[in-house]
Design a protein around this ligand. Sequence first.
Ligand code: V0D
Length: 259
Amino acid sequence: MLNFLKRTKVSKKTAVGADFSRSDILSGTMPSHVAIIMDGNGRWANKRALPRIAGHHEGMKVVRKITKLASELGLDALTLYAFSTENWKRPKIEVDFLMKLPEEFLATYLPELIQENVRVRVMGDKDKLPGHTLTAVDRAIRETSGNTGLILNFALNYGSRTEIIEAVKKIADDAKNQKLHIEQIDESLLSDYLMTNELQDPDLLIRTSGEIRLSNFMLWQLAYTELWFTEVLWPDFKEEDFLQAIADFQQRGRRFGGV
Ligand code: V0D
């Protein structure tokens, strides 16, 4: 465990400024929950004259690498934006390929995840997923439900505004049925009705591939989150990049708008 962190003690100077050593990161305040928008898979493939699906497939291997590192670092949760509600607009052949990735990922890596005590979860509208995808995902959730280590939370067919609307509908319904009083509605109650109800808000959001937007991802939950952007395309994203993001996170003062 942590072999790769112990192996070297290199310092790395980067444009973002944080000069980091791996042992410094381990002694600093670890984020509890990191969320990642894994962008740039298609562009990675285009640059190599490969089909877009080759980029998605390569990106899947990076999911495994970063999950392992997050687990070794002792993070409580890693949320990965795997498929947005907008992604259905892509060519059917690409969507079909994407929907096979959870099965392939789990066929390859579920035993390792179980061994590492990782708990798999999914947030998003699961009803719209193909049956074969749902079966694989539900099995992984079930087989890891007793695990107590890293929560690996995949956002699948997820959109933040829809999530908030669904929460508001349930709150309205519960108010109508006298299960709660309107006076009880506050930030904490709304949080409890979101799909992240068991998770803390992310401390750090990473988005790869140079896009500097949230794209309807965890809008409520990211209210106080540190945002970290990189030009690196997701299939090229390395352990070093993840550590750099954490090092930068550790450098930033988190003042929550206070003084
Ligand atoms: C493609 C880069 C793992 C982003 C990563 C269906 C786009 C690779 C999963 C996965 C995708 C999901 C659920 C689960 C286990 C694994 C995944 C999708 C896309 C969308 F329980 N990678 N991955 N799911 N890509």
